[in-house]
Structure formats: C-alpha cells, structure tokens
Write a protein that binds this ligand. Structure first.
Ligand SMILES: Nc1nc2c(c(=O)[nH]1)N[C@H]1C(S)=C(S)[C@@H](COP(=O)(O)O)O[C@H]1N2
Ligand SMILES: [Mo]
Length: 408
C-alpha cells in the first residue's frame, strides 16, 4: 500500500492550531480525579510525547496526533488514498486502561457469554470459528470525531477528522451464533455488549464499565470479529474478540467483548444511559435523548492540505454513508459556491466502507477553500453547518471540515 511520507500539519487542524483547548479534558477537579484513578496521563498544552504508550508502541508515530495516553487520532495528511486504513495508522480511543496482553496469549480460549437467547451459552473463539465466518469492511469512527470544530468548547478529546478509519473485520455473523442458540428470547429489543476490561477499584462499576446497547435491528449486520485487516485482532483494537456493528459509531463496537445479552431494555451503565446522548449545549445527558447509533453521511478532503501547485491538482478525500451506501460526492474549490462531482477511487467494499474520492482541479495562484459533500443512496446529504450539541457529537457539516489551500 502506497503511504505518503510527508504529513502536513498546520492551521487546518484545529487540534493543533488551538492546543490549549486540550486542557478542556481536565475541565473540572472531578474530571481530573476520575482521569487519574483510571491511570491515564492527561497532556498539558503543547506536550505531545515523542513516543507512544507501550500498548500502542507498534503504531506509526508520525501518522498520529497524540491527545492523551488513551486517545490518538490519524493526521488528516496520513489518511491516504487507500480503501482500507493501515492498522498502524488507525486512531485509538480507550475509556479504560487496555487489558493485560495475557488475554491474547491463547486467543481461541477467550470466551464470550451469550444471554437472552433460548439456549444461553459461553462460547470460546475456538467454538465461534467453527460456526461461520465473513469479512465486512466498515468505518470505525468515534462519535466525537469533528468535536474540535464546535465553538462552544465541547468537553472531551478535541478530535479533528482523524478519529475514523475503514477496517476489514473478519469473524462470525452475530446472527449465525444467535440462531444456533435458538434465537433471542421473546421481548428482546436490544443487543447489550460488555467490554472485558478489569474495572478500577473505588468507582461504581456502572459509571465506568464499557457496556453498550444497540437496537435489535443491528443483528442483521453485526459480527464477532477476531481479525482486523490482515492480522489477528490486535489487543489495542479489542483483541482477541470485538463486537463490530457496521455503520454504528465507534463506542458501540465493544472491544474485548465478554458478555452479549439480548435484553428488553438498554443497559443502565452510564456510557449508555447518559453518555453518548445528543442534547442541547448546557443540558445533561439522559436516556430519552437520541443515542449515538447509526452514523450520518460524512466526507472530508485529505489532500492537498495547505499548499497546492499552480495548475492541475488532484483533490483527494474520503466519504461514507454510515449504514447506507453512497450515491456520490461533490467537491467545491470556492467554499461551496459551485460544486463538481468527484470520482470514487478503488473498489467498492460495500455500504459500510468508506470510499476514497478524487477530483482534478485547475488552480491558479490564490487562496482556495476546498470542501466536499457526500450524499447517500436515500438522498441524505451533509449539511453546511453543524448541529451544536453539548458533547460535540455527530458533526458532519461540510463547511467546518474543509481546508484552506494556498497556490502561489
Ligand atoms: N471495551 C471497550 N470497547 C470500546 C472502548 C473502550 O474503551 N473499551 N471505546 C469505544 C470507543 S468510544 C471508540 S471510538 C472505539 C475506538 O476503537 P479503537 O480504539 O479500536 O480505535 O472503541 C469503542 N469500544
Ligand atoms: Mo468514541
């Protein structure tokens, strides 16, 4: 796979332009205490470390913006033109410290408990591998990708565009497993997955456990994955086993999955009940607000980023429709006044994958605001603006995601 060696950094990356905003991570003394209890090292202004934490040491340091020891995003300039994101460039987001690597010593021995089916059962990865196998390409994107563009200073990691990547997941369709266990119990409306991290002492487990419920409709596409791209699923990305819900925001893709329950109600874990809820700025999260499930249609330009050559240029980007395939993507070099269709690049890996795109443009000396706008097969297009919300979730406005490029 061709990789760009030069990674442009600069004013188009709000996380870097405005590094002081990172301190918002430490908004209150309470948040600070919680962070240190969980063993994270928050970063102060301008303190990007030279090396990566041990669990992520295998990653390509130059491709990543390190926001904290548990949050790293791919540089816009390192996203590249590939249909799949190289694993060593994929973003990382951990709510809890990564489990000990002993859990991937004997991968096939890892077991997952399945409840809320006619015949509840604990199955090992060894068992799952005999039941069925499929490969699905899907975009993994954090709900807060694009948070840095919100002017109200939404708390949380100040992700720009790089808390997203397109991954090939291999594992057994969840539906196959559930059917083998007699199907969900009557009245089941949600699939609730629990992460296998050890929970820190001294905190109410419900406030820290990574446990997410998604609607039962997700069963048609979900899989239990043990491989990512071309290797066994790295511990960093949820190995030995991960719940993958194609087209759903990152948080629903539970790593080191230990328990799967078909339930009538959503879990009352904080990450579900009040976390990852869309609400107005200033409001608290609550279970009656929309949850971050299916992703919305989105795209952004990946090259050029700051300067371009006088004359003909290739403008690149990536676009995806969440759970829906795309019908097209347009690019504007005048800040959205006029648009032209871009061309998709490379093979179509299905509705949940992203599609790299390219458009040729003649640029004479001057300044250009380059933006992209994707449309899905149901006719949903990216809006121009953002929908302000307390935690800065789900931003897909095309204007904020553009880049300003100088041609001289
Ligand atoms: N068990 C577990 N699963 C998890 C998380 C976590 O902290 N623990 N983080 C979630 C969030 S918020 C995101 S965005 C993705 C990040 O996946 P990655 O670290 O593989 O990129 O994993 C999700 N699944
Ligand atoms: Mo996330």
């Amino acid at each position: 796979m061709e990789r760009s060696t030069q990674i442009q950094r600069g004013p188009n990356d709000p996380g870097l332009q405005n590094p002081g905003r990172r301190t918002l991570l430490l908004g209150s003394a309470g948040a600070m205490a919680a962070v240190s209890l969980l063993g994270f090292t928050p970063l102060a202004r301008g303190e990007e470390p030279k090396s990566l934490p041990d669990y992520a040491a295998w990653k390509d340091r130059s491709a990543l913006i390190v926001h904290s020891t548990n949050t790293m995003e791919t540089h816009r300039g390192a996203i590249g033109q590939g249909v799949v994101t190289p694993s060593d460039r994929l973003f990382i987001r951990n709510n809890l410290p990564t489990p000990d690597k002993s859990i991937v010593a004997d991968r096939d021995a890892w077991d997952v408990n399945i409840e809320g089916v006619k015949t509840p059962k604990k199955l090992t990865i060894g068992d799952l591998k005999t039941m069925g196998v499929t490969t699905v390409a899907s975009v993994l994107q954090c709900s807060g990708n694009g948070r840095a563009f919100f002017p109200h200073g939404a708390s949380g990691t100040q992700w720009s565009v790089g808390a997203a990547g397109c991954v090939l997941w291999t594992g057994v369709p969840l539906k196959t497993v559930v059917e083998a266990l007699g199907g969900p119990v009557d009245g089941a409306r949600y699939i609730t997955s629990t992460g296998g991290e050890a929970l820190p002492d001294g905190l109410d487990p419900k406030t820290v456990v990574v446990e997410r419920s998604v609607p039962l409709r997700a069963m048609d596409s979900a899989l239990l994955a043990w491989e990512m791209n071309d290797t066994a699923l790295p511990l960093t990305h949820g190995g030995p086993l991960r719940m993958v819900v194609p087209g759903y925001y990152g948080v629903n893709n539970v790593k080191y999955v230990k328990n799967i329950a078909f339930t009538e109600n959503q879990t009352d874990a904080k990450i579900q009940a009040s976390g990852y809820r869309i609400r107005d700025v200033g409001q608290k999260g609550a279970p009656d607000q929309p949850s971050m499930w299916e992703m919305n249609v989105k795209s952004w330009v990946t090259a050029p980023l700051e300067t371009a050559q006088n004359g003909r240029n290739m403008i690149y980007g990536v676009a995806f429709g969440g759970t829906k395939a795309l019908s097209g993507v347009e690019v504007s070099t005048d800040g959205g006044k006029t648009w032209k269709s871009a061309r998709f690049l490379g093979p179509d890996l299905g509705p949940y994958a992203w599609r790299p795109f390219v458009m040729a443009a003649e640029l004479s000396p001057g300044e250009y605001r380059i933006v992209s706008r994707a449309t899905d097969v149901e006719g949903n297009s990216q809006p121009e603006g953002r929908k302000d919300n307390e935690r800065g979730y789900g931003h897909n406005g095309w204007s904020d995601h553009g880049v300003t490029v100088t041609v001289s």
